[in-house]
Design a protein around this ligand. Structure first.
Ligand code: MSP
Length: 593
C-alpha cells in the first residue's frame, strides 16, 4: 500500500487519507486532449443548462440559468438558421445523497420525488418558452449506460484506483471539503455543528474505501487548456478564478460512495458495493444527450457551450474537463458562468421562506415580460437582487412605454390611416449628411440614429458571444430611446398626408421608425419571442424574413429597394405590452400575504 504524505493531503483536500495500490501509476494517461481538438462537422453548436436537483421545486435562479442558455441558442438560430445544426439540452439531476435524504424526509420513494419534481421543471420550462431540444433525466436507462461506459473508459486507462477516503462531505452540495472550507455553527442545542464555509450547509465526517480518480495528474493539462484558450470560461473573472485554483495543488478525487451509504445512484460496474459519485454521474449527462457511447456523439462534441452558475464552476471547469481528458476527449468549448439572484438583499432559501416562485412571476408579468426582466437585469459577473417593484418599473418603462409606445406611434390609425409601411424619400433624407435641397429635412441626430441602429446587430452579436446578454438588451433599449427621440423631434402628428409638402417627409419619418422597430423586433426574438412575433407581424414582416441575414436595415437610404415599402401592416392586436403599474398595489399586497 502506498500512503500519500499527510502534508500533501492537507494541502489538497484537507484532512483525508488516501491509500494507493502498489502499481498505482497510470497506464494510458490521457491522449493529447489539447493539440488534437476534435473537429465537429458543419458548424454545429450544442448548448446546455446544468441539470437541476429535484430535491425542491424550481425557483427563479434555476429559470435564469435556463433562460440564458435559451437566449444564446435562439440567437445562434437567428444567425445560422436550420435547427439541425443546433442542439440545446436541459434536464434533472436525480441521483445522490441529497435526493435520497430529501425523499426520506418527505416519506417518499426517491423515484416518486424525482418524477414529481422533474415534471415541475419540465412544466416550468415549457411555460417559460425554453426551447430545448432535449430533456434528460439521470434516472433514464440510456444515462446509466453512458455513465458506466465512461467509468470503464477511465478504468481501462488506469485513472481509477481504490483508496481510503477520510474527510468532510457536504450532502447538500454533494462535495468533499477540505478542513479549511469547514467552519462551526451553533446548533439548536448550542452544540458546534460543522458546516461548509461557502454554502453554510451541514457537513459530516466520512471515512470509507472509495474509487479515486487521478485528478492530480490533470493540473498541468488543465492549466495549458485555459492558458491556450482565454475565452474558454466567460466572464474573464471566472476564467482567472479557475487558473488561480489550479495554482494550488490538485488532489485526487473520490468518485464513488459505499452503496450502504448511497444506494440512490448508478452502481460501479462490476462492484455493487460502490455507487458512482453523483457529480461524475451528473456531468456525463452532457454526453448521454448526444448519444454517447455511440460514436454519433462525436458530431456534437466538443462544440459545446455549458451555461452554469458560479457555485458549480469547479465541477465544470476542473473536474469535468479533467474527466473528459482522462477519457481521451476534449474539454467543452465554452463555459458561461453566471452569478446568483438574491431576494430583497438576502440569499434565496427555503429556510428563510423567501424563494421566488417563477410560475407566479410568469403569470404576473407575462412570459415575455419576465424573460426580459431576468435577462436584462441579470449580470453574470455579480449577484443581482430581485424585488417586485423593480420588475414593474423596468417593464413599464422599456417594454410598455418605450417599445410599445414607439410601435403605436407609427402604426396608430390616426397617423397611419392606410395601415402600410410607408415609402422612404431620399430627397428628404439624403444618404449624405449635410446635403442641401428644397426637401431635405433630416438633421445630424437622425444620421446618428441611422448609424446606431445599423451597427446594433453586430454589437448585439458581440455581446452574445461574450455572454453579456444584459448588455445586448441595454443596447437595444438605448436605440429604442433614440428612435423615440427621432419621432418626438419630427412630431409626425403635426404633419398631414394631404399636404404635398408634408407627405414624403411624414412617410419617411414613419418608414425610418418602422425600420428601426423591425431591427429591434428581430434582435429581441431570443429574449421575448412572443412579443417580438407580435411586433414583427404588426410590421408585416413574414416568418421567413426574421433572420439576421435578412435585416438590410434602411436599404432605401443606401439606394437599394426595400421589400417592405408599401406593404400592408399586419392586423392590429392591441397594446404590445400593457403597463403593469395599475396592478402594483395588488402585487405588493400579494407579496405580503
Ligand atoms: N445538479 C447540479 C448541477 C449538475 S450539472 C451537471 C446543481 N443543481 S441545482 O439545482 O442546485 O442548480 C442548478 C443551477 O441553478 C446552477 O447553475 C445554479 O447556479 C443555479 N442556481 C441555483 N440558485 C441560484 C440563484 N439563486 N440564482 C441564480 N442561479 C442559481 O447544482
Amino acid at each position: 500500500m502506498l500512503r500519500v504524505p499527510a502534508r500533501r493531503l492537507l494541502a489538497c483536500t484537507g484532512s483525508r487519507t488516501v491509500s494507493l495500490p502498489q502499481d498505482s501509476g497510470p497506464r494510458h494517461y490521457c491522449s493529447c486532449p489539447l493539440g488534437a481538438r476534435d473537429q465537429v462537422p458543419d458548424g454545429r453548436a450544442y448548448f446546455t443548462t446544468p441539470i437541476f436537483y429535484v430535491n425542491a421545486a424550481p425557483h427563479i435562479g434555476h429559470l435564469y440559468s435556463a433562460l440564458l442558455a435559451d437566449a444564446l441558442c435562439r440567437h445562434r438560430l437567428l444567425r445560422v438558421p436550420g435547427a439541425a445544426a443546433t442542439r440545446f439540452s436541459t434536464g434533472t439531476d436525480e441521483h445522490g445523497l441529497k435526493i435520497q435524504q430529501a425523499a426520506a424526509a418527505m416519506g417518499l420513494a426517491p423515484a416518486e420525488l424525482c418524477d414529481r419534481v422533474s415534471a415541475q421543471f419540465q412544466q416550468l420550462f415549457q411555460e417559460a418558452g425554453i426551447a430545448s431540444t432535449d430533456f434528460i433525466r439521470t434516472t433514464e436507462g440510456r444515462h446509466r449506460v453512458a455513465v458506466q461506459h465512461f467509468w470503464e473508459v477511465l478504468r481501462t486507462r488506469g485513472l481509477l484506483y481504490k483508496g481510503l477516503y477520510e474527510g468532510w462531505y457536504c450532502a447538500s452540495d454533494e462535495c468533499f471539503l477540505p478542513e479549511a472550507k469547514v467552519t462551526r455553527q451553533q446548533g439548536p442545542a448550542g452544540e458546534a455543528c460543522p458546516v461548509s464555509l461557502e454554502s453554510g450547509h451541514p457537513v459530516s465526517w466520512t471515512r470509507e474505501e472509495n474509487y479515486i480518480f487521478r485528478l492530480s495528474q490533470f493540473r498541468e493539462p488543465l492549466l495549458r487548456w485555459l492558458r491556450d484558450d482565454p475565452h474558454a470560461i466567460s466572464p474573464e473573472t471566472f476564467h482567472n478564478m479557475v487558473l488561480q485554483w489550479l495554482e494550488e495543488e490538485l488532489p485526487d478525487l473520490s468518485v464513488s460512495r459505499r452503496s450502504s451509504q448511497l444506494h440512490w445512484g448508478i452502481p460501479v460496474p462490476g462492484d455493487n458495493s460502490q455507487t458512482i459519485y453523483v457529480w461524475l454521474d451528473a456531468l456525463v449527462n452532457y454526453l448521454t444527450v448526444i448519444g454517447y457511447p455511440d460514436a454519433t456523439f462525436k458530431s456534437w462534441w466538443p462544440a459545446t457551450s455549458h451555461v452554469i452558475g458560479k457555485d458549480i464552476l469547479k465541477f465544470h471547469a476542473i473536474y469535468w474537463p479533467a474527466l473528459l481528458m482522462g477519457a481521451g476527449m476534449s474539454p467543452p468549448r465554452r463555459i458561461y458562468v453566471h452569478s446568483h439572484w438574491t431576494v430583497c438583499g438576502q440569499k434565496m432559501s427555503k429556510s428563510l421562506g423567501n424563494v421566488v416562485d417563477p410560475r407566479t412571476c410568469l403569470d404576473r408579468y407575462t412570459v415575455d415580460g419576465f424573460r426580459y426582466f431576468l435577462l436584462r437585469q441579470g449580470v453574470p459577473n455579480w449577484d443581482c437582487d430581485y424585488y417586485d417593484e423593480k420588475v414593474v418599473k423596468l417593464l413599464d418603462s422599456e417594454l410598455a412605454d418605450a417599445l410599445g409606445g414607439l410601435l403605436n406611434r407609427c402604426t396608430a390609425k390616426r397617423i397611419n390611416p392606410f395601415g402600410i409601411y410607408p415609402a422612404f424619400s431620399p430627397a428628404c433624407f439624403p444618404s449624405q449628411p449635410g446635403a442641401v435641397g428644397p426637401s431635405v429635412r433630416a438633421q445630424a441626430e437622425d444620421y446618428a440614429l441611422v448609424r446606431a441602429v445599423s451597427s446594433l446587430p453586430k454589437q448585439v452579436a458581440d455581446y452574445y458571444d461574450n455572454f453579456q446578454i444584459y448588455k445586448a438588451l441595454e443596447a437595444v433599449s438605448s436605440c429604442v430611446r433614440q428612435t423615440n427621440g427621432f419621432v418626438q423631434r419630427h412630431a409626425p402628428w403635426k404633419l398631414t398626408w394631404e399636404r404635398p409638402a408634408d407627405a414624403p417627409w411624414l412617410g419617411t419619418v414613419l418608414h425610418v421608425a418602422m425600420e428601426c422597430l423591425r431591427v429591434f423586433g428581430t434582435l429581441l426574438q431570443p429574449v421575448t419571442p412572443t412579443l417580438a412575433d407580435t411586433l414583427l407581424s404588426r410590421l408585416g414582416v413574414s416568418a421567413t424574413e426574421r433572420g439576421l441575414g435578412d435585416l438590410s436595415f434602411l436599404s432605401r437610404f443606401h439606394g437599394h429597394p426595400c421589400p417592405f415599402e408599401g406593404r400592408r401592416l399586419g392586423p392590429e392586436t392591441g397594446l404590445l405590452f400593457p403597463r403593469l403599474d395599475q396592478s402594483r398595489a395588488w402585487v405588493v399586497k400579494a407579496h405580503r400575504t
